[in-house]
Structures are given as structure tokens and as C-alpha cells.
Design a protein around this ligand. Sequence first.
Ligand code: SF4
Ligand code: SF4
Ligand code: FES
Length: 242
Amino acid sequence: MVNNAIVFKIDGVEVRGKPGQTIMHAADEAGIYIPRLCDVEGLEPQGSCRVCTVKINGRTAAACTQPVAPGIEVENDTLEIRNCRRDIVRMLFHEGNHLCPCCEASGRCELQALGYRLGILQPDKYPYLQPVRPVDASHPDIMLDTNRCIRCGRCIRASRHMDHKNVFGYIGRGINKQVGVNGKNLAQTNVHIDDHAVAPGICPVGCIIQKRRGFYDPVGQRRFDLHPIGTEIEKTPKGIKK
Ligand code: SF4
Ligand code: SF4
Ligand code: FES
């Protein structure tokens, strides 16, 4: 028995967490996948995309920011929650310009992989907004295509907290809010190809692209060809380890 363990349930499975730990982190350790987009290991959670929405004792909350508490009953993989996540992911597709077959992130894109996991084969529930947003190809090593940005803020947090640079930040408001850089364009910033903010795996989609590294894995060997999103976590047996 672990000292200070906080025991609670996710979909009826007993799970053990630590004081201050988030529900998502405890779920990961217990082999239970909670879908996510704005959260990634190594960065402070932002709690903005709401893909990780769960119900806690009947009330909705973001699993990436909500701390564990003794005896709570968390609903994660229910029809209602799955439908809610499908709608959020659909809206992200509709709100940007996503042409997967010609996108360099295809096969390693978390948005696309979540679409597959949630069974969204043709996002046709809402009208497409088809925005025209800037593509910044000014930097010799890095490209920024904000048409694919889902405003998860992962690049912003990585640049601020890991690179100590603040290269990326939000600009605009509401539907026009998008990621911008702290210069006229990327070439005018101090971003470097070795920065955490532009490393593969920080941007979950094909917005931040490293030049000359496109399509680096052949079809069939791309990250989510090999293992659908979430299955890494689900390899661990579910629930409390005896
Ligand atoms: S960013 Fe992802 S969802 Fe968008 S076009 Fe590229 S692969 Fe498709
Ligand atoms: S550029 Fe990528 S990492 Fe940054 S906010 Fe947009 S989708 Fe997220
Ligand atoms: S992963 Fe929790 S709100 Fe985005």
C-alpha cells in the first residue's frame, strides 16, 4: 500500500492517485486513457481544449487540471462523454483547414489520430469555416502553417517554460485568435531548430513543421499507423496494481 494514496474510481475501476496529482495523470498510471490535445507530458496543463472532459460525481471537469480526491466516481469512456469529445474534435476540424492526405503531419498528428479513435471518418456535422490564415515560411529550418493550428498552446508553454524565450504567443481574439510569433515573422525571432517548442511531438498537428524533415516515416510506419493514439497507456493493466 502506497502512503497517502487517494483511491477513487474511473468507469467503476479502482484507481490510486497521489495528493495533488491530476485525474489524467493518475489514469495514465492506471492504464486508462483519457483523450487529450492541449496536454502533453512535460508541460504544465492548460485545460483549454476540453477533449479530456470527464464527469466527476455527475459534473463535467477537465481531467488534465482536476486533482484526484478520495472516493470520487469519474466517468470517462461513456457514450455521453464520447459524443461530447467527438463534437469538440469535429469542431477543431471544421474551424481550421485540414487536408490530411497532403499534410506532413499525417500519421503522427494527434488531431487526426483522435478523429480515427473516436470514429469520425467524415467530419460533416458542421459547416466548414475555411479560414485563410498566414503560412510563415520565412525561417530557414521551421515553417508555421496556422491554418492547421488548434490553439493548444503547447508551443507557447514549451517556448516560455523550457526554452525561456517566449517565441510563440496568442494573437487576436475569439474566432480570430491564433498563434503568432514575437517578431515580424519566424525568421525575425530567436527561435532555433533545437528549441523544445519546435521539436516533433510538441505541436500535436501539422502547424509547426521542421523543414527538410517532411514525410520522414513511410506510410505504415508512422507513429499512429503502428499504435492508435492512447494504446501506449492502455498497455498497462487497468486499475490498482496489487
Ligand atoms: S494537422 Fe492533422 S488533421 Fe490537420 S491536415 Fe494535418 S494531419 Fe490532418
Ligand atoms: S502551433 Fe501547434 S503547438 Fe502551437 S498552439 Fe498551434 S497547434 Fe498548438
Ligand atoms: S487535455 Fe485537458 S483540457 Fe485539453
